[in-house]
Design a protein around this ligand. Structure first.
Ligand code: 5GP
Ligand code: MG
Length: 177
């Protein structure tokens, strides 16, 4: 069996907590009293979503959507499709999409367009991380955690071949090729 790559820590658990707290403050300020629908993009956003909503002390709903865009390795296939859809009504709701990362932006741009067609009252995006150097499709991030370098991130929900999602920190995998 080949040896596992070892991530180098980029953001510690503590730094992530501080950032999630800041985002929760910004979201609370804008959504308190609105009964928003938060849509997490699986699988990468599950841990961020879980931590974020614990800090939101007003009524809201949680949904998840699963999209496929990545192949097995570190490169996006560029094609996006909905693998597991939504059960909630979007029409007329204040929708906040919760992403782990906006990289090329292709996935998020597709999702925002898909949701906009369902006529929400409002539609905004919260992303834990942003890798602007790789952008191919323009995306406005209303609530952003960290801007990150052009490296492959793992941990805190983010995977490499389904591994490392359980790391409490966010690390980077250096290219070994
Ligand atoms: P995009 O369409 O913006 O290129 O990225 C779509 C998805 O690819 C992200 O939601 C995420 O699941 C995955 N992705 C992009 N960059 C990274 C990264 O650095 N690490 C991991 N683990 N996934 C990434
Ligand atoms: Mg994602």
């Amino acid at each position: 069996m080949c040896s596992e790559p070892k991530p180098t820590i980029l953001f510690t658990k503590g730094e992530i907590e501080t950032t999630v707290r800041r985002l929760a403050g910004e979201i609370s300020r804008d959504y308190r009293g609105k009964y928003p629908l938060l849509i997490g993009v699986l699988k990468g956003s599950f841990m961020f979503m879980a931590d974020l909503i614990r800090l939101l002390d007003f009524p809201l709903e949680v949904e998840f959507i699963r999209l496929s865009s990545y192949g097995k390795d570190k490169e996006s296939s560029g094609k996006v499709k909905v693998v597991q859809g939504l059960r909630s009504q979007i029409k007329g709701r204040d929708v906040l999409v919760i992403e782990d990362i906006v990289d090329t932006g292709l996935t998020t741009a597709f999702l925002l367009d898909y949701l906009q067609k369902k006529k929400p009252a409002s539609l905004r995006l919260c992303s834990l991380t942003d890798k602007p150097s790789r952008r191919k499709a323009p995306v406005i991030i209303d609530y952003l955690g960290f801007t990150v370098p052009n490296k492959f991130l793992v941990g805190y929900g983010l995977d490499w071949n389904e591994k490392f999602r359980n790391l409490p920190d966010i690390g980077v995998l250096e290219d070994e090729e």
